[in-house]
Write a protein that binds this ligand. Structure first.
Ligand SMILES: NC(=O)c1ccc[n+]([C@@H]2O[C@H](COP(=O)([O-])OP(=O)(O)OC[C@H]3O[C@@H](n4cnc5c(N)ncnc54)[C@H](OP(=O)(O)O)[C@@H]3O)[C@@H](O)[C@H]2O)c1
Length: 294
């Protein structure tokens, strides 16, 4: 898969975000070599998955892309997120996702934030059968709970884990080393740390900015305090986004840095980070900033 993955989620998937713009971002990402697209049945009120399906429907080689979607969560008729890790619920979600994405098989299915108790024998049997039936190719787990990640490492059925790994989460280093030792593919979600590194983080240029600011205040307030230590990034010659992505991708064990964007110029800048390296003095400055909170 490509080093940079496109998050078909968050504001990108919302009905309020223009569908033609959303599709143009996906097509540009594909044209520039992005092969991994991460979405979920419950993302963006249920609109992200069918929107991604629509975006890829015109691509002749869509079956070669690594479309990663999630089960264990879904949306009800009113667009409200519901959790369902029952074996039958996960099977239902997978079958509906295949239709919404217009695919014969899901290249990568991640369980969406399960607790250890959700990973029952019944569920694992069903996931195994979905693979045998050819409906799912690879299985993984998306979790930001390191106890769950440690447990998942003991289950041979799973081959990938998506965790929150970014410049504000240096505490994830040991788990990355462990996952790699066990030959897990590692996807870094929220790879841009929500865009909190730059001087523009509270500049409102569109509705999406208000939406992202509200999400940080609701779910990631502690990141705001951490991000203060990275103001020096504004004074570097590369952009904060390039540095933030370069930092995630400096670890070869990370297969893919998955980011979200609604702006073409951000997408293009982010793609520049693939293959870029950070020099030793910058890495040292980042390390010093991280040691203030880690
Ligand atoms: N957040 C979660 O809890 C979560 C959970 C599981 C999986 N994931 C996966 O991870 C993906 C990324 O997560 P995310 O969207 O929450 O966080 P993210 O990628 O770390 O940050 C997205 C924010 O960064 C901004 N941004 C993007 N490129 C930028 C650039 N070059 N310069 C400045 N700002 C930039 C975006 O604004 P613009 O729209 O203006 O570019 C948006 O506000 C998701 O799409 C999903 O696939 C996330």
């Amino acid at each position: 898969m490509s080093e940079i993955g496109f998050g078909a989620a968050s504001y990108w998937g919302k009905k309020a975000f223009d569908e033609a713009d959303a599709i143009r971002l996906v097509h540009t990402a594909v044209d520039r070599g992005v092969t991994l697209f991460d979405t979920g049945a419950s993302y963006s009120g249920g609109n992200a998955e069918p929107r991604l399906g629509k975006a890829i429907s015109t691509l002749a080689h869509r079956h070669d892309l690594v479309i990663a979607t999630k089960a264990g969560s879904c949306t009800d008729a009113r667009g409200k997120r519901r959790e369902d890790f029952s074996a039958s619920g996960v099977r239902r979600t997978v079958e509906a996702s295949l239709v919404r994405l217009g695919l014969d098989a899901i290249p990568l299915l991640n369980l969406h934030g399960p607790e250890i108790g959700n990973l029952t024998d019944d569920l694992l049997d069903t996931l195994s059968r979905l693979k045998e039936e050819g409906k799912v190719r690879h299985l993984g787990v998306n979790s930001f709970d390191m106890e769950v990640v440690e447990h998942v490492m003991t289950i041979p059925l799973f081959g990938t884990v998506m965790i929150d790994y970014n410049i504000l989460r240096p505490e994830r280093e040991p788990v990355i080393t462990k996952l790699a030792a066990r030959k897990f593919g590692i996807l870094a979600g929220m790879a841009l740390a929500g865009g909190l590194f730059g001087k523009d983080r509270f500049r409102v240029r569109g509705v999406q900015d208000l939406w992202y600011i509200a999400r940080v205040l609701k779910n990631h307030r502690a990141d705001l305090t951490r991000a203060r230590h990275f103001r020096f990034l504004d004074r570097e010659s590369s952009t904060g986004a390039e540095i933030a992505l370069g930092w995630v991708l400096r670890r070869p064990e990370v297969s893919c840095a998955v980011l979200g964007t609604t702006r073409m110029h951000h997408l293009l800048a982010n793609l520049q980070a693939s293959g870029a390296t950070l020099d030793a003095s910058l890495l040292e400055k980042i390390g010093r900033a991280q040691s203030a909170f880690a």
